[in-house]
Design a protein around this ligand. Structure first.
Ligand code: MOS
Length: 693
């Protein structure tokens, strides 16, 4: 082949880019086997209660309607680990939008008409869907998400706060947020000869296979789940969703392939959300800015059917040195849809509050906010005392300040005006943990010297195929064109979910191990037999090891805003992020991840918000006309840079995760810039004009 091996880090273009832009890449809802039926979910119209009757006769009379699944006739399933998947099993309605029936028809239109004709009667109960700080029923769980203890105390935070010369005590409020990937959730299922085959829009089809197998009583070799191309997930596809169970049930009942797509308007109730949080941050410092105490308490909600605790106070355990610290999570079950993962779950909300409070402290002290953060750099991880494998926060702050021209600012608020515009700048830190999950890979060489690497990775738009080919080619010492990558099917060696910013590390480690083992095998000599040589490897051992190091990516965001003093509109003029995330393996796709996260953070700051309607007990914004994600016009000058780290305590590639850190701290940088521009400290997002006038 023509190309020499390329080193890791090169901006290699996406392998499937042409397929995607030409429309030939097929997504889960674009598979249309003969005899395909369409399922349409019927959502509950009460927020709490029981179904007392379901009348399906009118629906069955709609031309083209094949059948209607309800709790009365749907196949029974084994109780799934995730209660959101136990659909059509009983009469309970835990929240508005919960699936109470599935209409299956020969066309999508007939299914929809049928769904509208299903009559459901409820015995409805009072509901309560609005989170407050001291909500009745609020409790302190044992663990927050990620297995972190809900409560951590160091020293005596209360005493330190009482004695500190300068303190900040601020409460920040974040409403719910929704992921809204471009491709809504969809599944197509078919049974043939006792084998269930599914196309699912998922971040991890090994998990979907295992979940379906458990629910339906099938073995690993009786289920295949394919997620070849996925149009984004941002966490909402990180766990199987009800539509895949419904599609499998309906296909079993009808004996025909069935596709179930989740309409955009049903997504807020069915695919999770970033749980709202109320966060109280108290900081105490000496007059020179040296922190004495960091206290971060959060209150959040979960649903009635599962405990999900946004771990928003966890980043405060590792960010800044302080002899005293208290971090506490509390949660209350409400009649709401189950919250779930949304890009940097925990970090994105928690760092908004912590980094806003750090800015408040900088203002109270009259210390530059970059300088304040640099002054509180810890020598070791404050929570555990472990050394950091590498900690690039100071580097990111300094490099960002230089590139952004930070120190040209006049620190006084409302000091810069352009006509009716008020201009300001803000900064915030970012962090995200280094995670690794069990994955396996195989590497095969054919007699012609071409390689095939197999791993059930999922490319959710990130460029996973491409970076895995780079990792394999580098380990094999061959040009990338010589490597075929197969991903996106549960029949491949098992892969972890594309989540927790851990995909490349997890799959890549398995790929690297398999590839290097193959190289060793070939070095032993002998000719390659006609069927080739295959070597497999997995990361079970690496994933089970607890590192003696505290391992995190860090970053710094800088934002400049213009606030219209007449309309209250906030525009982000420029935003610049610098990240320290180990070794960057593909400059092109990494940049895309960073700026994608930053754009999502811009949305969190200015436009995105899900409000809970207390009367109906439901999220109000259920489409992209009301849930405002940033558009091109909102993003003007956006830069992402990085500092390459040489960290040998990570994985064979030396990489940290990059998928989520871009959204961490972004909203705080923008809010801090708004404070600088206007003098107004707003403590709830999004920063819509009504709050600024
Ligand atoms: Mo991401 S929220 O870890 O899929």
């Amino acid at each position: 082949m023509s190309h020499a091996p390329q080193p890791l880090g090169e901006p290699v273009v996406r392998r499937e880019g042409r397929e995607k832009v030409t429309g030939t890449a097929r997504y889960a809802a674009e598979h249309h086997p003969a005899g395909l039926l369409y399922g349409r979910i019927v959502p509950a119209t009460v927020a709490s209660g029981r179904i007392t009757a379901i009348r399906t006769a009118d629906a069955l009379a709609v031309p083209g309607v094949h059948t209607v699944l309800t709790h009365e006739n749907a196949p029974r399933i084994e109780e799934p680990d995730d209660p959101v998947l136990a659909v059509l099993q009983n009469t309970r309605v835990p929240h508005r939008g919960w699936p109470v029936a599935l209409v299956v028809a020969e066309s999508l239109e007939a299914a929809r008409a049928g769904a509208e004709a299903v009559r459901v009667e409820y015995d409805s109960a009072d509901h309560d869907t609005v989170l407050t700080w001291d909500h009745p029923g609020m409790y302190t769980p044992e663990k927050a998400n990620g297995g972190y203890p809900a409560v951590r105390e160091r020293g005596d935070a209360e005493a330190a706060l009482a004695e500190a010369p300068v303190t900040v005590d601020a409460t920040y409020t974040l409403g719910g947020l929704h992921n809204h990937p471009m491709e809504p959730h969809a599944s197509s299922a078919r049974w043939a000869d006792g084998h269930l085959s599914v196309h699912d829009s998922s971040q991890g089809s090994t998990t979907v296979r295992d979940t379906l197998g458990q629910a339906l009583g099938l073995g690993e070799d009786e289920v295949t789940v394919v997620s070849e191309h996925v149009g984004g997930g941002f966490g909402s596809k990180g766990t199987p969703r009800p539509q895949v169970v419904l599609a499998a049930m309906a296909a079993r009942l009808t004996g025909q392939p069935v596709q179930v797509s989740v309409p955009r308007r049903y997504m807020p109730a069915l695919v999770g959300h970033r749980a709202p949080t109320v966060q109280r941050v108290r900081l105490g410092a000496d007059r020179d800015g040296t922190l004495r105490v960091v206290s971060h308490e959060i209150a959040t909600h979960t649903s009635r059917i599962k405990e999900f605790v946004e771990q928003a106070a966890v980043p405060a355990r590792i960010m800044y040195a302080s002899p005293h610290s208290s971090t506490v999570h509390r949660v209350v079950p409400l009649d709401v849809p189950s919250p779930s993962w949304m890009r940097a779950p925990g970090e994105a909300s928690g760092m908004y509050a912590l980094e806003s409070a750090m800015d408040e402290l900088a203002c109270a002290l009259g210390v530059d906010p970059v300088e304040l953060r640099l002054r509180n750099e810890p020598a070791t991880e404050p929570d555990s005392g472990r050394p950091f494998s590498s900690r690039g926060l100071a580097g990111c702050l300094n490099e960002g300040a230089r590139r952004f021209g930070w120190y040209e600012r006049d620190p006084r608020p409302a000091a810069r005006q352009e006509g009716r515009l008020l201009l300001g700048t803000g900064v915030a830190s970012a962090t995200y943990p280094v995670l690794l999950s069990p994955s396996a890979a195989s590497a095969h060489v054919a007699p012609d010297g071409l390689y095939t690497v197999r791993v059930n990775a999922t490319d959710i738009g990130t460029g996973a195929r491409t970076v895995l080919a780079q990792i394999a080619a580098a380990a094999l010492g061959t040009p990338q064109d010589n490597v075929t990558i197969e991903i996106g099917s549960s029949d491949l060696p098992f892969g972890s979910v594309a989540g927790g910013s851990s995909g490349t590390a997890s799959w890549g480690t398995a790929v690297h191990k398999a590839a290097t083992a193959l190289v060793r095998r070939l070095a032993e000599g002998g000719t390659v037999p006609p069927e080739g040589v295959t070597v497999t490897a997995d990361t079970e051992e690496e994933a089970s090891q607890d590192s003696p190091y505290s391992r995190h990516a860090f970053g710094a965001h800088f934002a400049e805003v213009a606030v219209d003093s007449l309309t209250g509109e906030v525009r982000v003029r420029r935003m610049l992020g610098v990240f320290a995330a180990g070794r960057i393996l593909n400059a092109r796709t990494a940049r895309s991840q960073f700026i994608g996260g930053m754009v999502m953070g811009l949305g969190m700051a200015l436009t995105e918000g899900s409000t809970m309607d207390p009367v109906y007990g439901d999220f109000t914004e259920r489409d992209l006309a009301s849930y405002h994600v940033p558009a091109c016009a909102d993003v003007t000058d956006l830069q992402a840079h990085w500092i390459d780290e040489d960290d040998h305590h990570l994985n064979p590639m030396g990489s940290k995760g990059i998928g989520e850190i871009g959204i961490v701290g972004t909203a705080a940088a923008i809010g801090n810039a708004v404070r600088h521009a206007t003098g107004a400290r707003l403590r709830s997002l999004p920063l819509t004009p009504d709050k600024l006038l």
